[in-house]
Design a protein around this ligand. Sequence first.
Ligand SMILES: CC(C)(COP(=O)(O)OP(=O)(O)OC[C@H]1O[C@@H](n2cnc3c(N)ncnc32)[C@H](O)[C@@H]1O)[C@@H](O)C(=O)NCCC(=O)NCCS
Ligand SMILES: Nc1ncnc2c1ncn2[C@@H]1O[C@H](COP(=O)(O)OP(=O)(O)OP(=O)(O)O)[C@@H](O)[C@H]1O
Length: 203
Amino acid sequence: MELPLLIGVTGGIGSGKSMVCRLFECLDIPVYYADSRAKWLTNNDPEIREKVVALLGNEAYDREGLYNTRFVASSVFKNEPLLKALNAIIHPVVLRDTKEWAGQRTGAPYVVKEAAIMAKAGQANAVDYVVLVEAPVELRVQRILQRDNRTEQEIRAIIERQVSDESRREIADYIVNNDDASELIPQVLHLHDTFLKARSSRH
Ligand SMILES: CC(C)(COP(=O)(O)OP(=O)(O)OC[C@H]1O[C@@H](n2cnc3c(N)ncnc32)[C@H](O)[C@@H]1O)[C@@H](O)C(=O)NCCC(=O)NCCS
Ligand SMILES: Nc1ncnc2c1ncn2[C@@H]1O[C@H](COP(=O)(O)OP(=O)(O)OP(=O)(O)O)[C@@H](O)[C@H]1O
């Protein structure tokens, strides 16, 4: 069975990945939100749960047994080795899950995966093209201060743990500029056209 063309949308915290993905959804393109799916899997996959508790202790889940993201964020976003170890538990499961999800959407012209961490296009299990959403760091910090219940210090700690925009550019096939001066909709419509054409040239 041939999987649909898979487009990765990535970018740093507050760059506007989800905003761009919502626009793809408006065009009837299915979107896999890796961050939220990873949390769902961390709540529901017993193997992940066992490994996360072994790594971070019982506090990783609250009294109701739910993934305690507040505790985990405060542990891993200031500790690179812990973050890497957490990634190593969750990411293989998310990759498998993405493939399964894409396999169930063969009727779509292409599908999109939104993720903070993205492997280069063309690698085993990875996406066909990478779209990078960019915005100036200060604007991202302001957006997240408004959106989330996080301090500026917490936001900057996340930015420090994430890869830089320069490294993201090395894997990007397309860049969406989401600063205050650029319009998102025309950029997404242009990408939509490009991916529809890429899909028809595959057949
Ligand atoms: C650390 C956790 C508990 C924080 O949850 P919380 O709800 O507080 O924050 P949220 O998920 O919105 O993440 C905050 C920001 O960090 C980014 N982010 C999330 N995980 C990672 C990571 N492993 N590395 C770098 N950035 C990350 C998000 O994209 C977002 O920009 C949670 O993100 C998590 O379990 N991450 C590990 C799983 C993962 O890697 N998910 C990313 C895609 S598979
Ligand atoms: N062009 C824009 N104009 C105004 N607000 C925007 C714009 N782009 C994004 N935002 C707002 O900024 C915040 C961050 O955007 P969004 O959630 O899409 O970022 P993200 O990259 O998905 O972040 P995260 O990595 O935390 O998931 C949201 O509240 C969103 O509504």
